[in-house]
Write a protein that binds this ligand. Sequence first.
Ligand code: FAD
Ligand code: FES
Length: 264
Amino acid sequence: MIFNPRVKVVEKNQLLPDMVHLKFEGENLASRAVPANFVQIKVARGLDPIFRRPMSIHYADGKTFEMVFRTVGKGTQILSKAEPGKEFDCIGPLGNSFRLPENNEKAVMVAGGVGFPPLYFFSRFLIEKHNFPKDNIIFLFGMKTVAEKPMAGDVLSLGIPVEFSTDDGSYGFHGFVTDLFEAHFAKNMRQEKIRIYSCGPNPMMKRLSQIALSFKLPCQLSLEGAMPCGVGTCLGCAVKKRGENDYYRVCQDGPVFNAEEVEL
Ligand SMILES: Cc1cc2nc3c(=O)[nH]c(=O)nc-3n(C[C@H](O)[C@H](O)[C@H](O)COP(=O)(O)OP(=O)(O)OC[C@H]3O[C@@H](n4cnc5c(N)ncnc54)[C@H](O)[C@@H]3O)c2cc1C
Ligand code: FES
């Protein structure tokens, strides 16, 4: 981890009206991140907003790193206006990573909306760094509607099997991505050894955990709750340990947890 290094935007791509892809370079160890690592970025100088914003690393190649984010509030609005040349303070890489699948396992990525970046990075990492066969990865991508499909461009470029669900049925499977997973599992995966990797909104990952636990499937979740300090001091990111009266700090102990470790 390195504190307050400057990073500079070198590329910007507006994927959707409310979704931006930024590439950064700088003297920053975030460029050496592994999948599920995240950064804490200070979007403006001064006290407003005071807290850094956590963002998953979408890809890192040793010299640059990328993020994809949806504009939801003040911090992401400010970040979304950054153009090439703009500099930020950025702490990272932070957090743990996904555990690798075994060679005889199929890696099933279950992404909810803008939860896809760590799963894209991990899929690419498996292919490029571990020679994992592309056919042994399947990417289930949940969107609200077909208009969101441009966000899936990088995932589609990997050449792995990708299936979509939309909440409104305008593209792919009609329903939630967890329904798509269940349908897939019932039809194609019962005889296979699979390992699930997921990132998305908490209700989605809660449902996926229930399914994984009921079928005793290994399932790793990259959690994206509120994270005020990002370095273990404020307890604002606490998540309950399953079956215990105790909590994990997502920023220190995660963001990746096994489904059986946490109660969402
Ligand atoms: C480890 C980690 C990785 C993340 N990676 C990404 C990513 O790759 N891409 C991305 O788009 N977002 C990601 N997020 C979420 C992102 O950090 C928040 O969307 C952002 O901090 C919101 O800041 P804001 O100032 O724009 O919104 P705020 O003004 O803080 O909030 C605006 C609205 O968004 C809601 N909100 C705030 N934080 C979150 C959150 N974490 N999840 C859901 N809703 C939230 C608030 O409840 C409020 O309704 C990640 C979060 C974590 C913890
Ligand atoms: S965000 Fe403060 S302890 Fe995790």
